[in-house]
Design a protein around this ligand. Structure first.
Ligand SMILES: [Fe+2]
Ligand SMILES: [Fe+2]
Length: 155
């Protein structure tokens, strides 16, 4: 199946904005799953989230959807390095990502919800907005693809 994203420009512009105004490019040096960097993973999740909205016609705030998706794993460390602060990574990194992102950007309620709830159901509080549900689902799909080394490219 071809992943044709009509509003690809929105993602490209947001990546450019985040890269110029934060440590977003640093995510390239951290591995997320398999041979996928955290940067690639976040871009994949943003692309799949937007593609789902375009394909299904679900009305969302696409700016917040893309921004939240790109920043959802903005935790800025290598979680594979053994360290006692990384032991509970799965549970704690959404809050770390939100703290890091909110130090640089003013995030609205949707963007905060996307970042802090994306690990549901591992973290118990469910997403509140449609945008957060879509990113949460896309994150799981992209993670499985990356863990299984299934080659895909969304951007
Ligand atoms: Fe995550
Ligand atoms: Fe993720």
């Amino acid at each position: 199946m071809a992943f044709i994203i009509k509003d690809k420009k929105l993602i490209i512009e947001e990546i450019r904005y985040l890269s110029l105004n934060s440590r977003f490019n640093e995510l390239k040096k951290y591995t997320q799953h398999g041979n996928t960097s955290v940067y690639e993973h976040c871009v994949n999740v943003a692309c799949l989230s937007l593609w789902i909205c375009e394909k299904t016609g679900i009305k969302v705030n696409k700016y917040s959807l893309v921004k939240g998706a790109l920043l959802h794993d903005y935790f800025l460390y290598d979680w594979h390095v053994p360290d006692k602060t990384h032991m509970l990574h799965g549970f704690t990194h959404p809050k770390v990502a939100f703290k890091n992102a909110s130090q640089v950007f003013k995030l609205n309620d949707r963007e905060k919800d996307i970042i802090t709830k994306h690990m549901f159901p591992l973290t118990p509080v469910p997403p509140h907005f449609k945008e957060s549900w879509i990113v949460t689902i896309s994150d799981k799909i992209c993670s499985v693809m990356e863990i299984l080394h299934l080659k895909y490219r969304l951007l």
